[in-house]
Design a protein around this ligand. Structure first.
Ligand code: GRF
Length: 208
């Protein structure tokens, strides 16, 4: 099964997916291979990770679209282009792993039912950017004692869509933001693989 991964930065979650495609690891067990890594940010370290793993990469910044198309219309043009490029790789699954660009229907409609996203918060709690910082803030204000992460199907509404797998992450009173981020990223590296495997197993069953 063919997987495309979209990244914007460090790519630690991409690395978890790459490691899981090694023989006798979870993604290898569902016959999945990463065929392409796309970054909207030139120089993202995740691109190096992909190259080191002999995976094809594509760096596609929205710069020229933002410069040549006035207003928010650049999004539809950019998303359509990226959607075509990703669709050309004939993926069975598209994983957003540390991808920091909201995708509109112009992208999603080209890959119906194939896009999943990792978000470092529980369903409906801290949708959107800076989720970890916002959870830590809520903890300091005594509003929550735990946060969490999830892998979900991507629909146009940001960080919504049917949840595939989720996991609570505890916060401790002596935590710093860095300690919490460390705990969340460690949990993400496991959950993103679990989410992709769950999705692909279901796909295999549907095709059986
Ligand atoms: C992760 O917390 C991810 O959930 C968020 O971006 C962070 C960095 O991910 N979207 P990565 O190290 O680039 O995979």
């Amino acid at each position: 099964l063919r997987m495309v991964v979209l990244i914007s930065g460090n790519g630690s979650n991409l690395q978890a997916l790459i490691d899981a495609t090694q023989p006798n690891h979870p993604l290898a067990s569902v016959n999945a291979e990463i065929v392409l890594v796309v970054s909207n940010k030139p120089g993202a370290f995740g691109l190096t990770r992909a190259t080191n793993a002999n995976i094809a990469t594509l760096t596609y910044p929205p710069t020229k679209f933002r410069k040549t198309i006035k207003g928010a219309a650049w999004r539809a043009a950019y998303d359509a282009e990226v959607g075509d490029l990703v669709a050309a790789a004939k993926p069975d699954i598209v994983v957003l792993a540390g991808w920091m660009h909201i995708l509109t229907p112009a992208f999603l409609d080209r890959l119906p039912g194939k896009v999943i996203n990792l978000h470092p918060a529980l369903p409906g709690e801290f949708d959107g950017a800076h989720a970890i910082e916002r959870a830590f803030q809520a903890f300091q204000e005594g509003k929550i004692t735990r946060t969490g992460i999830m892998v979900h199907h991507v629909i146009p509404e940001v960080d919504r869509g049917e949840v595939i797998v989720k996991r609570e992450v505890p916060i401790y009173k002596e935590d710093t933001l860095e300690k919490l981020e460390e705990r969340i990223h460690a949990a993400e590296h496991q959950l993103i693989v679990e989410g992709a495997v769950t999705f692909l197993k279901k796909l295999q069953q549907q095709r059986a």
